[in-house]
Design a protein around this ligand. Structure first.
Ligand code: ATP
Ligand code: MG
Length: 184
C-alpha cells in the first residue's frame, strides 16, 4: 500500500490558516481537547480522497467544508486540502507510478464546486477514486476509524462485526462470489 506522508489544509473547516500534518508509517491516533479539530482532520482526509457525500463530512452542502468565519475572523471563499503519498516503493497504480511522490489536491470555491489535481495536473474525481481504490484505501475505507466507530464495532452483533472484519481483510468480495456459486 502507498504510504500517506503529509496532509496539508487551508481554509478547510476550522483549519483556516495553512496547516501541515506529518503522517508517519503505522497507526496514527489524533488526540486533543474537545472541539480542537480532530474529526475535521479525518474529514479532510476523506474529502481529498474524493468523498462526495456532504453528510458524511458533517455538512448539509459541500460548501460547508469552507471556513465559515468566527467572531474575530471573516469567512473564506476557498478551501484546499492536499495529501502527499510516498510512492518510493512504486506501489501506486501504473498510470501514476513514475513519481516517487504523489500529491493529490482538492480545492473548492464557494458556489463553484471543487476540482482535483494530481501532481499539479487537473484530473477527474474518478481518477482520484481509482487511484485510491487500487491502493486499497479510500474515503470510506475501514483504515480510517472515525469517532464512535470503535464503540459501534464493540457493541455490534456478531454477524455485523464479522462483516466489518471481512471487509477490512478484503474478503467480502470472495464471500459474495461463493454465495453466487452456491445458488447455481
Ligand atoms: P470532539 O473531541 O468533541 O470530537 P473534535 O476535536 O473532533 O472534537 P471537530 O469536530 O473536528 O472537533 O471540530 C469542531 C470545531 O470545528 C467546532 O469548533 C466547529 O465550529 C468548527 N468548524 C466546523 N466546521 C467549520 C467551518 N466550516 N468553519 C469554521 N469552523 C468550523
Ligand atoms: Mg470529534
Amino acid at each position: 500500500m502507498v504510504q500517506f506522508s503529509k496532509l496539508r489544509l487551508s481554509g478547510f473547516k476550522s483549519f483556516v490558516d495553512p496547516t501541515e500534518m506529518v503522517i508517519h508509517p503505522g497507526m496514527t491516533g489524533i488526540v486533543g481537547p474537545n472541539g480542537c479539530g480532530k474529526s475535521n482532520l479525518l474529514e479532510a482526509l476523506r474529502w481529498v480522497m474524493g468523498e462526495t457525500s456532504a453528510k458524511l463530512i458533517r455538512g448539509s452542502e459541500m460548501d460547508d467544508v469552507i471556513f465559515a468565519g468566527t467572531s474575530t475572523r471573516p469567512s473564506r471563499n476557498l478551501a484546499e486540502v492536499s495529501l502527499v503519498l510516498d510512492n518510493s516503493q512504486r506501489l501506486a497504480p501504473v498510470a501514476f507510478n513514475d513519481h516517487a511522490e504523489l500529491e493529490i489536491s482538492r480545492r473548492i470555491e464557494r458556489e463553484a464546486g471543487s476540482a482535483y489535481r494530481i501532481n499539479g495536473k487537473e484530473v477527474r474525481a474518478r481518477d482520484v477514486h481509482l487511484l485510491f481504490a487500487d491502493a486499497s484505501v479510500g474515503a470510506r475505507s475501514p483504515a480510517l476509524v472515525g469517532q464512535g466507530r470503535i464503540g459501534a464495532i464493540i457493541n455490534s452483533k456478531a454477524r455485523d462485526r464479522r462483516a466489518i472484519l471481512e471487509e477490512a481483510a478484503g474478503i467480502a468480495g470472495l464471500h459474495s462470489r461463493r454465495h453466487e456459486a452456491e445458488l447455481r
